[in-house]
Design a protein around this ligand. Sequence first.
Ligand code: IMP
Ligand code: MG
Length: 174
Amino acid sequence: MAETIRVLISEQKVDQRIEELGKQISADYEGKSIHLICILKGGSFFMCELAKRITVPVSIDFMSVSSYGNATSSSGDIKIKKDLDDPIEGKEVLVVEDIIDSGRTLCYLTDVLKGRGAKSVRLCTLLDKPERREVDVKTDYVGFEIPDEFVVGYGLDYAQKYRALPYIGVVEGI
Ligand code: IMP
Ligand code: MG
């Protein structure tokens, strides 16, 4: 069977939800500045859209951690491939991720970031697959909870393909 993409969450629904998250985050951080940390590459599309809708001052930085390669599940062995450019000491950090699956990536990262003296570390993920969780991670902002299916689009890839789709889709035929 050839690889096809079934739309799970339309572009309009994703945009609407990011708008809501932007409002909620702006209200929660009223009077403060937010240091957004984007987890590359998947979180990049979401972070840009979210940052545009946050009304308090934001600064941004990027981090890249080892991914699955071409597999569709996490090996559990996480490494920092690209570290932050700037120190986070004393900053209100909001980690922006594409999806939480096993939770291993974010569990590891939040420990690392808290250890560097951030004033606060919160998590914002566009998608969450709660059924797949293997380690406990506290999410502060979740765009959508989705079932246990492998999704692409809006930054998410399958073997580096489909990141630029403007909606969330399920890959079929793999
Ligand atoms: P975790 O460490 O298992 O929570 O994995 C999180 C990372 O796995 C995410 O940042 C994604 O890069 C990747 N991932 C998990 N599920 C999917 C999916 O359905 N599609 C694409 N990438 C995924
Ligand atoms: Mg990722």
